[in-house]
Design a protein around this ligand. Structure first.
Ligand code: MRU
Length: 359
């Protein structure tokens, strides 16, 4: 990748501003945790793993900048930032997972002292970033066998390097298959209303010189009927215990189309996207964003004034529509309930318990 999604650079967090892409490659320098939180809220940085990384780095920045040497004052200040991060976006569980990890370090301040805890928080945030890239590469390695020479691969939204610490999940699978020497074609849904497919995924794939065809969201059915799509691979924001998966709005429709055309539908996600505390997708909180994203196109009004609009940012694909979940621990096949549980029992895999402060 020729760009970095996010970096901690001394006293600032440098974020590639995804709102400006593809017209402008502009970096945002956040000098406070609040400006990192604002970048997450306004989608300057977006994508489940990337906002987890951003929240962690934002917390590390706040810790670094805290002057007080009192463990109580330090804890209160950083705790406030953790809460601010939790309130940015509700659906992607990676954000809560990352904040939980940072809080665990913070809780040891009485033992470790303020100065050591600052260092530990920075170390933890950078570890979250580094591990995310490694995990994505593993997802790619496991998933690449699903793509064959000559395939048509359809993806939705952006689950690439921009949506993660680097490399990507669904796009990670595509990059790994390309690196294996396979020749295939990628179809990219534009992904209304925020156009992550058109602005971000197409931008990544064109840079990587992967044969790419952009389509509007209502064209997938025709492509499938024509036999041009051999598999669909998408990312995820939260996966419940039974495999139900929240992802960008429109994913559910794609999954229904895939099933009726007998096309395999895969979800690629790190295990930090699993929320095994949820029995099913019914319990996943779905973010609703401003209706102006629907009534306007790139800021330009396209609907009559006063019309009602609806703007859920995500939908939930029931597990019965998903053929496999590609993780860094391997591909999880059905029955997801049993196999996700089994995976959670393997060494080093930590079952995430629900945090009472979750949105
Ligand atoms: O609203 P966004 O752009 O943050 O939504 C992103 C998605 O839905 C992605 O598909 C998902 O987070 C997976 S990213 C690896």
């Amino acid at each position: 990748m020729k760009f970095k999604t996010i970096e901690l650079k001394g006293d600032r967090v440098r974020i590639l501003d995804q709102r400006k892409l593809p017209q402008e490659v502009r970096y945002l320098d956040c000098r406070s945790a609040s400006s990192v939180a604002e970048a997450i809220r306004t989608m300057a940085i977006r994508g489940a793993p990337a906002i987890g990384v951003a929240a962690a780095i934002g917390i590390a920045l706040a810790a670094k900048k805290t002057r007080s040497s009192s463990p109580q004052v330090f804890t209160k200040t950083v705790e406030r930032v953790c809460q601010e991060m939790r309130e940015t976006r509700p659906t992607a569980v990676n954000l809560f997972w990352a904040v939980d990890r940072m809080e665990k370090i913070l809780k040891r301040v009485e033992n470790d002292g303020v100065e050591e805890t600052k260092k530990n928080l920075v170390r933890e945030a950078l570890q979250i970033l580094k591990t995310d890239i490694e995990v994505n590469r593993k997802i790619g390695e496991y998933g690449k066998r699903l793509i064959k020479n000559g395939d048509g691969v359809l993806t939705h939204c952006n689950a690439g390097a921009l949506a993660t610490g680097g490399y990507g999940t669904a796009l990670g699978v595509i990059y790994a298959a390309r690196d294996q020497g396979k020749k295939f074609q990628v179809f990219v849904d534009e992904t209304r209303p925020m156009l992550q497919g058109c602005r971000l995924t197409a931008w990544e794939l064109v840079q990587e010189k992967i044969p790419t065809t952009l389509i509007t969201d209502n064209m997938a059915g025709v492509l499938m009927k024509k036999g041009l799509v051999d598999l669909v691979v998408v990312g995820a924001d939260r996966i419940a215990r039974n495999g139900d998966t929240a992802n960008k709005i429109g994913t559910y429709g794609l999954a229904v189309l895939s099933k009726s055309h007998d096309i395999p539908f895969y979800v690629a996600a790190p295990t930090s996207t699993l929320d095994l505390s949820l029995v099913s997708g019914e319990e996943i909180p779905i973010e609703e964003r401003s209706t102006a994203e629907v009534t306007h196109f790139c800021g330009y009004p396209i609907a009559p004034k006063g019309v009602k609009a609806f703007n859920p940012a995500f939908d939930v694909t029931p597990h019965s529509f998903i053929n496999g979940i590609i993780t860094e621990k391997g591909i999880i096949w059905k029955p997801f309930n049993k196999n996700l549980k089994k995976m959670s029992a393997t060494p080093n895999f930590k079952l995430r318990t629900r945090n009472s402060k979750d949105a």
